[in-house]
Design a protein around this ligand. Structure first.
Ligand code: SF4
Length: 318
């Protein structure tokens, strides 16, 4: 049977193969635009920017894996090894940006990491920030797990002076071994904290988020993470529970079998029926996080909290 690829799958298949090195392939992805409308209503922004599709950091709990299925890339490892850099032109981006009203929020890195290794070669995130620095009046939320964000500290300062900018560093555990197993190719926790220090010292608004929290695995670290965030100069700390859709479970359960076999059945039972944790767990976690913030000397309420989603590992359209 001959299958006909349509839409994003056809664009992905036509993308020019730029480099096939080790197990990772990088391609360009023809794209109608890098700025996308977000109609979620649960997040503090109405536009999203994700310069890359796929993410080399390969987190075991990553919800965004399903996005590769639209491109007929269904093997779990495709998401980590087939990385697409979206086509970017400065003129096109500026035209798109003109549609964003003053005061509207833009989320950068809502689906995949904008500072993953591909950024070192393509520099898309940097080019986007450069263009943003030439405009003003928006609320910009940038999320990453990478210390590479500190490379752009001066550019981020420019963006900060012209917009309201919040940078969120995701740190889910302080345990190097666990981080290596859980987020195999993301920078280790201490490097992320060092990036927080650099950004905070530069006068930038930077927060730490420990989402997703994994019950019975990382939920005992909330207090230590809040303390580490405060010591590094973060101005805020948040943490939300994990959600696991079927595409994420396919990768997460083998991880559990290897490292936490006694938890496999519990997670299977919990997430077979629905992707989210029960409300009761979310409420208890929220209270624990609130207390941890107070003990760490951080503001009791997270300044973005009212408009943040239930889970900060956000399921948003590209
Ligand atoms: S950094 Fe984010 S997008 Fe990348 S693999 Fe991890 S959870 Fe997924």
């Amino acid at each position: 049977m001959v299958s006909v690829l349509i839409g994003i799958a056809r664009l992905a298949s036509e993308g020019q193969l730029l480099e096939a090195k080790r197990a990772v392939e990088y391609r360009t992805l023809p794209s109608r635009g890098i700025l996308n409308r977000c109609t979620s209503g649960k997040v503090p922004f109405s536009w999203t920017i994700n310069p890359y599709r796929g993410c080399e950091f390969a987190c075991k709990y990553c919800y965004a894996r399903y996005t590769h299925e639209f491109m007929e890339l269904r093997a779990p490892e495709d998401f980590e090894t087939q990385i697409f850099a979206k086509q970017f032109t400065l003129d096109g981006f500026r035209r798109d940006l003109a549609r964003v009203k003053r005061g509207e929020g833009i989320g950068i890195g809502t689906a995949t990491d904008p500072y993953q290794p591909a950024e070192r070669r393509y520099g898309l995130t940097r080019r986007i920030l450069r263009a943003l620095a030439d405009t003003s009046g928006h609320r910009i939320f940038l999320t990453t797990k990478s210390d590479l964000v500190a490379r752009d500290v001066e550019l981020l300062q420019e963006v900060h002076t012209r917009h309201w900018l919040h940078i969120g560093l995701t740190i889910t555990t302080l345990d190097d071994g666990l981080a290596r197993a859980l987020e195999p190719r993301a920078p280790r926790p201490e490097l992320r904290l060092e990036a927080v220090r650099t950004l905070a010292r530069a006068g930038l608004r930077v927060g730490v988020q420990s989402s997703p929290v994994l019950p019975l695995i990382t939920d005992g670290e909330v207090e230590a993470l809040a303390r580490a965030a405060a010591e590094a100069g973060a101005s805020s700390y948040i943490a939300y529970g994990v959600f696991l859709m079927p595409s994420a479970l396919r990768v997460f359960l083998p991880f559990l079998e290897e490292r936490y076999p006694r938890l496999v059945r519990k997670y299977e039972q919990r997430f077979a029926r629905e992707a989210f944790l029960p409300e009761e767990y979310a409420a208890r976690l929220a209270e624990r996080v609130r207390v941890a913030r107070v003990k760490a000397g951080l503001p009791e309420r997270h300044n973005l909290e009212e408009s943040y989603p239930e889970a900060a590992q956000m399921a948003l359209p590209f």
